[in-house]
Design a protein around this ligand. Structure first.
Ligand SMILES: Nc1ncnc2c1ncn2[C@@H]1O[C@H](COP(=O)(O)OP(=O)(O)OP(=O)(O)O)[C@@H](O)[C@H]1O
Length: 285
């Protein structure tokens, strides 16, 4: 039986884990540019314990959606809730965020990087050690715990960043293109790691990605966004088993889901390139 980081899997406690309701985000004008209507109106119910990916053309508002859900950006209209409480301008307890860029601190060893957030929060040394040991072992970094980021590959540095989020015992994990800078093979292996993390912690996961195959492989549902301002065109359910891994791509029915995603995105990507988009409803529940 695998060790769970969260003591009770979220799916046993909540049905809807996080909710965006009629959310828009408009960036104010800045030097030489008018305001930017980046997002919405958009609604989404994130189901407890699911793995949901979001895909969409470049600049359609995916990162803005994640920032608003994480409490890192305040919506211009609409509401955001996590575990039934309003999210108001700060990352709620229980939410962990992983970004694309290598956010490890180069002057700290792997274990000090992983312990950083816990120490800053004033956690006692014994509990910090227990959690760091678990996260370092879970992410396959045991032999590198005293190494510095400059001594690690890009994939391993990204493991450090995930371990740093994992020690916070997040019940909702938000990832913004976490594997964007990695080569294809490392990306596939990291995808398998992420699936294992999702299964064994029982957390809810929302992943932003450009890679349609990655979204297909990893997800229970895939939200497809229209060109800016980002709204959902559709939420595609994959129906894949929970104990999936990258071998899923060998199934004959795998390609049909990716093809469906691409059929949506082809037109939207062209619109994004041409700088226009049609009015859409934006409801996805
Ligand atoms: N701070 C800001 N001020 C003004 N406009 C912004 C700001 N941040 C983002 N934008 C604009 O909002 C739109 C959505 O940006 P966002 O980064 O959310 O899109 P994205 O889908 O994540 O893009 P990509 O796929 O290229 O990473 C873009 O047109 C972007 O230029």
């Amino acid at each position: 039986m695998a060790t769970r980081l969260a003591s009770v899997p979220v799916a046993e406690t909540y049905k809807v884990h996080a909710r965006l309701d009629g959310v828009t985000r408009i960036y104010p004008p800045r030097a030489g540019h008018g305001e930017v209507h980046a997002l919405g109106p958009l609604s989404l119910d994130l189901r407890a314990g699911e793995f949901l990916s979001v895909v969409g053309p470049s600049g359609c508002g995916k990162s803005t959606l994640l920032d608003v859900l994480a409490g890192l950006a305040v919506p211009s209209a609409g509401t955001v809730e996590f575990e039934g409480k309003r999210v108001l301008g700060e990352v709620p307890d229980g939410v962990g965020v992983v970004f694309q860029e290598d956010a490890s601190f180069p002057w700290l060893s792997v274990e000090d990087n992983v312990a950083f957030g816990l120490r800053r929060a004033g956690m006692d040394a014994a509990e910090t050690r227990r959690r760091v040991d678990f996260a370092v072992g879970f992410m396959g970094l045991k032999d590198f715990r005293r190494a510095y980021p400059s001594q690690l590959s890009g994939g391993m540095r990204q493991r450090v960043c995930i371990a740093r989020t994992l020690v916070l015992q997040p019940r909702l994990i938000l990832l913004d293109e976490p594997f964007g800078a990695l080569d294809q093979q490392t990306r596939l292996l990291m995808g398998d790691e992420l699936l294992r993390l999702w299964r064994e912690t029982g957390a809810t996961v929302l992943l932003i990605t450009h890679a349609l195959d990655e979204a297909n492989l990893l997800s229970d549902r895939i939200g497809v966004m229209a060109a800016r301002p980002g709204r959902f065109i559709d939420i595609v359910g994959t129906g894949w088993p929970r104990d999936r891994d990258s071998r899923l791509a060998e199934r004959p029915d795998f390609g049909a889901v990716t093809a469906r995603l691409w059929s949506y995105l082809r037109g939207e990507s062209l619109k994004a390139l041409q700088g226009s988009s049609p009015p859409l409803g934006g409801e996805a529940r």
